[in-house]
Design a protein around this ligand. Sequence first.
Ligand code: TRP
Length: 456
Amino acid sequence: MLERHLTGITTTGSPHLGNYVGAIRPAIAASRRAGVESFYFLADFHALVKCHEPERIQRSTLEIAATWLALGLDPTQVFFYRQSDIPEIPQLTWYLSCVAAKGLLNRAHAYKASVDANRANGVDEDSGISMGLFNYPVLMAADILMFNAHQVPVGRDQIQHIEIARDLAARFNHLYGEDFFTLPNAAIDEQTAILPGLDGRKMSKSYDNTIPLWLPEPELRKAILGIVTNSLAPGERKDPDDSHIFTIYQAFANAEETAAMRQAFLDGIGWGEAKQRLFERINQDLAPARERYRALTEQAGGRAELEAILLDGAARARTRATPFLSRLSAAIGLRPVSAVAAPADHSPAKATTQVGELKTYREPDGLFYFKLVGASGDTLVLSRGFQSPKDSGQWMARTLEAGETFECRVDGDGFTWHDEQGVVLARSTVSATEVHAELLAMRAAREARKAKQAAP
Ligand code: TRP
């Protein structure tokens, strides 16, 4: 089975070299590995928690999306979307909120730190804290559980959020009696470089020590010349393992280039010269992508292309999210009232409630089919042709038992079910919600019949 990787990028800032080395580059590399299905998205709902500047959110969304594409993410090979284009996510957030213990969220680091700071400052402990901040981990859990991600590549500061997502998934599964959600894992890559910033501390927006990714060449060179070094003069031996310049160089260079730079340090390369080489090495990676980035962000045509890519990504992501959410909705009791299970009826006069029916039959093409005819008499689902009546019969039985668990892809107003190999099993011209309701009603009717037969 494919391993699903999923991660979100909050759209509040501009991408910097640290984001590139620590998150974007490894994610794009992972998306090219066989056996991996990648979900990367712009977490603009999360951005609203800390940013109330509309233009900034819009600009950041543009910049981050353009960055990933310019650096080689192939949007046709992954699910690349904007969170706010998936209405199923806030809906799932609500479902999860209703199983989330408030006490669990009270302990979430970001919220707790804000409360602690308020207490320390002698102000009301809720001061300046929004419900968005409090519910942030639930929204993040919805992002992850919506697509049943196995691996969530994140920084260490996010580990607790993944634990909360696991907790909510387990509670929901337990409460509603089925393994709806996969429990996600935090994927922390120890190999991934943590880039030092201008002042030598970890490059991070919060330290204001970043080098923006898309500076024009002269400014990029200037920024790199500004990285702090010690005062050793040219000709003096320098310790590569105690130099931010070397650490950053290593994050971009291959083994051979790194070895050569190490030697140059030992041979006493001057700081000016080392920084020039660092600039050239970084620029070699970024220069080709910079053109594409500028086309996507600075030209109206590029921005329109980007918007179309995001909308297409959301449409593709929703082929997973929509049927899954309708299954969850049915499971928690948000169901069409037309399909309400008939109460045990003991009056002999009224024998049955009208429900749908599954039938298997042979067509002139010699193949065996099954179909679901709804209570209304309309054919709701039609299977593919099977060679043997046994296959058709078995799939029909599985459909009645657990049709909601089949892989389901939205197709126009209807959907298709797929077998474990991804081959189309059956097609429907109506929504998955309607078909699930019909199956529920059929099962309820079957149970009622059994109960009646068992009755003395
Ligand atoms: N909270 C994450 C961060 O600040 C961003 C994020 C939002 C995320 N939703 C996600 C990361 C889902 C992984 C999975 O970095």
